[in-house]
Design a protein around this ligand. Sequence first.
Ligand code: DAT
Ligand code: MG
Length: 151
Amino acid sequence: MATEQTFIMVKPDGVQRGLVGEIVGRFEKRGYQLVNAKMVHASQEHLEQHYADLKGKPFFPGLIKYMASGPVFATVWQGKDVVKQGRALLGATNPLASAPGTIRGDFAIDVGRNICHGSDSVESAKKEISLWFGQDGSIPYKRAVDAWIYE
Ligand code: DAT
Ligand code: MG
């Protein structure tokens, strides 16, 4: 069974709007395994590191301010193809382009308030998990239900 991991974060608007349970629940119900989680009120410096690839974009200062405006809920998920499937569960970056049934397509409207983050590749996932969780990236444990999720 694959042990791919991804970093999924409920952004400050998602936390404020009471959507942590909804977002976590969608990953759980799909069958993915939660292997780490915490609430963090991140510093601007930490968020600038997280979004380093976007430095220089016109929306960058606003993005950092929004992300630092309140606590986020940071999680690590494990399972087969979880990076790509995680992005599919979140929907398109711009919620107006997200299909109904996706998290952003069901709960968001503006791109600058799109309520959740998901790693875009296995490589970014590794970097993000290490940035947010340090050495203890995940807490491994065996799930009895895996035999009913994976063939
Ligand atoms: P994603 O979050 O889907 O990986 P991204 O990495 O390109 O998208 O951008 C990170 C975040 O930056 C995104 O979730 C919302 C914000 N953002 C992206 N493009 C934007 C834009 N054109 N205007 C305002 N905010 C934007
Ligand atoms: Mg991204």
